[in-house]
Ligand binder design. Structure first.
Ligand SMILES: [Zn+2]
Length: 77
């Protein structure tokens, strides 16, 4: 089983394209931190249930993601 997430840059804090909002930082900082924590929790929960988890950023070309999925499926024992 393979779970593939395509994470949006802003909502998931992409290191290349996301900067913390400067307005309403009191709202956005904890909100984005919760998103990152939820991503980590979801990944850990799926992995502990035996799933292979692939997380890609929205800027990743679809063919690269497909190649990644193929590689993990082929490599899986
Ligand atoms: Zn990005």
């Amino acid at each position: 089983m393979v779970a593939v997430f395509i994470d949006r840059c802003f909502w998931h804090s992409c290191p290349e394209h996301s900067a913390a909002p400067t307005t309403n930082a009191d709202y956005w900082d904890p909100k984005l931190a919760r998103n990152r924590q939820r991503d980590a929790d979801n990944t850990a929960t799926l992995q502990s249930a035996g799933w292979l988890v692939i997380r890609a950023w929205e800027q990743t070309p679809p063919e690269d993601i497909a190649a990644q999925v193929a590689a993990v499926v082929v490599a899986r024992p």
